[in-house]
Design a protein around this ligand. Structure first.
Ligand code: COA
Length: 106
């Protein structure tokens, strides 16, 4: 987002549109990374309901750690929930993608 456009709600609008587009296609979880020193990014994703689930050491420039953040997307009205996931969407195992998940961090 261009600096002069920040804090005007554009990031929220773009993210809501992306989340909705994913949800109607059956995506139920979004994962992202943000640098641990990116206070604005962390605040933004937290405001959007993303929660920190782990870290990736030296993810950026082999120097700065990343936070792994996730959000579960509700099924749009009229779509069935994934029966294999039930009512407990939190994953208990690592995907093996290098992210050290902390299952007790909400
Ligand atoms: C992160 C970014 C996309 C947010 O976009 P934005 O359009 O400014 O965000 P919004 O205006 O929709 O903000 C929504 C909420 O996020 C939080 N937020 C956003 N920027 C924030 C900041 N600098 N400090 C604290 N909270 C912030 C606030 O809760 C805000 O709500 P509020 O303005 O009512 O207080 C934008 O700052 C950006 O492009 N930054 C540079 C690139 C970057 O860091 N991207 C993220 C990489 S992971």
């Amino acid at each position: 987002m261009a600096a002069e456009c920040r804090r005007s709600g554009l990031g929220t609008k773009l993210t809501v549109a992306a989340e909705n587009a994913l949800a109607v296609r059956g995506v139920r979880e979004v994962e992202l990374e943000t640098a641990i020193d990116n206070a604005a990014g962390i605040a933004f994703w937290t405001s959007r309901g993303y929660r920190t689930v782990g870290t990736i050491p030296r993810y950026y420039l082999n120097r700065v750690d990343a936070l792994c953040m996730t959000k579960f997307l509700p099924a749009p009205y009229g779509q069935l929930q994934n029966p294999s996931r039930g009512n407990c969407p939190w994953r208990e195992d690592s995907t093996g993608d290098g992210c050290n998940f902390l299952p007790n961090v909400a």
